[in-house]
Ligand binder design. Structure first.
Ligand SMILES: [Zn+2]
Ligand SMILES: [Zn+2]
Length: 439
């Protein structure tokens, strides 16, 4: 079989197995689970892989499931990822009555895509034409939620980091992968559906900020107090005063809230608690601006004589799609969805833990327009199942064939040219340092 014939066969199989692919997607949609608790979802994908004759490794990041399809040689490995977790949306008609979990970020569609690609490559006998392996990886906990619960898991030694892909990177789950790809649903009003194949995302650092002052009678003896609220306001003003140094291309966001700002009006506030994210578009920018923001926040305390304590928490790193990989995806997506429905994309100020993977290996994370309503919202609905469950997995499966065809030349070239920001070790160290306040 030549490459074009193999790609055609792979696409045909995805079409033929449509009912079972959609059923898996819908079944996961019907039983949403939150991150690191995706027990039923994990069991479903394991059963589906095993039905295809794939051997599964379980327990990656607690609930993750990994399977490998071996090529005629194993020169490079392409990992196709899908996320297991749901988000909380208590107003969504299909939410879990107890937990409020709902699949209104469409991660169930990702899992169905992983299965579709696996089934098509398997049934087509594709691996005997490919010079590399394919890893199918269902991964947990993309949504950065339930921080208390996850911190408890960390205290118990079950987690090192709070995001699913972060945890799996640390566990070594990606050590035997060279390239990572994952689709994500997106909202569109294009009736034909569309794909943004190379959109990038901000990274973020979570921040807990406390100001400690001294209580005193607010009217009778303010001179004896140290006003923590004034310190916090000065801190915020300090950050505002350096906003003009934030470069447009770094896409910095600092958006604090005050969770505790004093107890009684007649007492000088001795304690103020704030939370924020520092977001930026590259690791270097994230690190640099976070330092500057911390300096300004601390200066607020210094100005008033209050003590400022800042705890930085590792969030997610910026998503930087690999240009050559994205071009390979563009060609295949255009063939399925039409040139006019496939576009490069824009930078988003939001974040995903696929960003962390993209700092270590060549990555693509296309946003696939097949949804109506609002992501994470009550009106979210998969509107274009043809794009979600047929055209998207067809494009992804064909992309894998291109990357690994014959002696995996294309995958190999992309990997050789890729310049990682981190190795696994320096990545873990970066996150640990951040938690320890060293960044
Ligand atoms: Zn989401
Ligand atoms: Zn999502």
């Amino acid at each position: 079989m030549d490459k074009a014939a193999l790609k055609a066969r792979v696409c045909e199989i995805i079409r033929e197995r449509n009912a079972e692919i959609v059923e898996l997607g819908r079944s996961i949609f019907a039983e949403p689970e939150l991150g690191f608790k995706e027990v039923k979802t994990s069991a479903k994908i394991k059963a589906a892989f095993e039905k295809l004759g794939l051997e599964c490794e379980t327990g990656w990041g607690i609930t993750g499931v990994k399977a490998r399809m071996k090529g005629k040689a194993s020169k490079r490995t392409v990992a196709m990822l899908g996320e297991l977790d749901a988000i909380v949306c208590r107003t969504h008609p299909n939410c879990d009555a107890v937990t409020g979990a709902a699949h209104c970020c469409g991660h169930n569609v990702q899992i169905a895509n992983v299965y579709a690609v696996a089934a098509a490559l398997k049934e087509a006998g594709a691996m005997e034409y490919l010079g590399g392996d394919v890893v199918l990886f269902a991964v947990p906990a993309e949504e950065y939620v339930e921080i208390d619960y996850r911190s408890k898991l960390r205290d118990e030694g079950k987690l090192r980091f709070l995001g699913g892909k972060q945890q799996i990177i640390a566990e070594g789950g990606f050590d035997d992968c060279d390239i990572a790809m994952q689709m994500h649903v997106a909202v569109t009003d294009n009736p034909e559906g569309d794909m943004m194949y190379a959109g990038s995302c901000n990274g973020f650092i979570g921040k807990l900020i406390e100001y400690h002052g001294r209580a005193a009678h607010a009217a009778g003896a303010p001179s004896q107090g140290i006003n923590a609220l004034n310190a916090a306001m000065m801190g915020i003003m300090g950050v505002n005063a350096i906003r003009e140094t934030f470069r447009e291309e770094d896409c910095v966001r600092f958006h604090p809230i005050i969770n505790a700002g004093g107890d009684l009006v007649n007492v000088i506030p001795d304690y103020v608690k704030m939370e924020s994210y520092c977001r930026a578009s590259s690791v270097k920018a994230l690190s640099g601006y976070n330092k500057a923001i911390n300096r300004a926040l601390k200066a607020g305390g210094d100005a008033i004589g209050a003590r400022c304590e800042i705890k930085d928490l590792p969030g997610y790193l910026p998503l930087a799609p690999d240009a050559k990989l994205a071009e390979c995806l563009r060609e295949n997506a255009a063939a399925m969805m039409g040139e006019k429905n496939v576009f490069s994309g824009v930078h988003s100020a939001g974040s995903t833990d696929m960003g962390d993977v993209s700092q270590i290996m060549p990555t693509v994370h296309p946003w696939v327009g097949c949804v109506k309503g609002t992501l994470h919202g009550a009106d979210y609905v998969v509107d274009n199942e043809e794009v979600a469950y047929v055209k998207c997995p067809q494009a992804l499966a064909c992309m894998i064939v291109d990357l690994l065809w014959d002696d995996a030349e294309k995958a190999d070239e992309i990997c050789r040219e890729f310049k990682p920001v981190f190795t696994k070790e320096t990545y873990c160290q970066f996150l640990e340092d951040l938690s320890a306040g060293k960044n």
